[in-house]
Design a protein around this ligand. Sequence first.
Ligand code: PHE
Length: 450
Amino acid sequence: MKADSGNKRGLWGSRLGFILAASGSAVGLGNVWKFPYVTGQNGGGAFVLIYLICIAVVGLPIMLAEFTIGRRTGLNPVGAFRKLAPGTPWVAIGFMGVLAGFLILSFYAVVGGWTLAYAAKALTSNISFFSSPDVAGEFFGNFISDTPMVLFYHTVFMGLTIAIVLRGIHGGIEKACNILMPTLVIMLLLLMIRSLTLEGAMAGVDFYLSPDFSKINGSVILLAMGQAFFSLSLGMGCLITYASYLPPEENLTSATVYVVLFDTFIALLMGMVIFPAVFAVGMQPTEGPSLVFTVLPTVFAKMPMGGLAAIVFFILLAIAALTSAISLLEAVVAFFIDQFGWDRKKAVWAMGASIYLFGIPSGLSFGLWSDFTLFGKTFFDLADNIASNYLLPLGGMLTAVFVGWWWGTDQAHKEIERHETTFHWGKAWGFLIKYVSPIAVLFVFLGRFF
Ligand code: PHE
């Protein structure tokens, strides 16, 4: 179905289509690139544990809340809050979400560009080039400070995102997700086996799985929570938007569980790919954003048919990044379509271009503009930090308060149980969304500042 036929906004083609698309949004650079590097910088096992707690008590209940709001209203984040709570300030959650989507996509497309560049490199050169982490590190360093190259791939990535979102949700977004997910899992499992069988891999397993709580403080907890929101695509209404294209017979609770489990599985698996390899090749887990881009090529170089594996992997990663990027753009675009009556084409081009331009300073943050900092952070880090660690948790917390206290869990239950699905863990969810999630986020915020 085209976005402008039948139902004006379009609907998902199938039940699985929605689950795959929501997973496509969730699984992306957050799992494969960001999770390993923030885990590496923040103490390994202990960070993972806190991350998992955040997923369970904050992420899961809020995801269901967003799905429910989306399907109930059939609107973008701003429209949705306006419809459920007309004339109240709750609509601010929606605006904050659109802003967060804008900010996140601006730097996300830069890293998406990196994945494309690596796919191209894998296609055109021999993988044995990356024989040592030093060579791989040098290549990465040269690449991200090469302005024309970075801009070129950033442009290609954003262009692809725009092209898919232009085609609407069924034609573009759903199809792209259908093939990707299963292939990605197989690839990661193969890579994990290779990593675990490298000599010295066990030190990495140890770093990853045995928690050392001495590394934990308020800001580490905030990072773990921010990462949970980022990875699950929560707190900015992107999942409200996706669920707005749902037919009423979808079972929201099982979709939530499925997406959360799948996203968490991919992140945890990725840790098992990266950390054994980091230690085996003698690198530091605290490397930062370059971690995955230097460790993985070194692992590929040590694999039979590593060249082929590298090509497949980076192409898959680029697609995983694309399926997340389109969900970010879709949330922003839906806002302009629903609220201002723009047609899809105009909204996609206008927003795609603005986000692209705004992302350029992020792209230059590792090279030309690396000295340009604000509060000690580059433009890239600032965009990431403001959006992921503040806007998303705040948006999520307010969504929980809204659903738990203003709109009401009874209303939510009714929506969830439309079409005779029974909400087995409804009571537990009500408790989580009313008390646990908002209070947890509040404490983490307070803990950061005091
Ligand atoms: N969840 C995506 C990832 O892990 C990123 C994202 C964040 C997408 C917020 C949409 C909204 O890569």
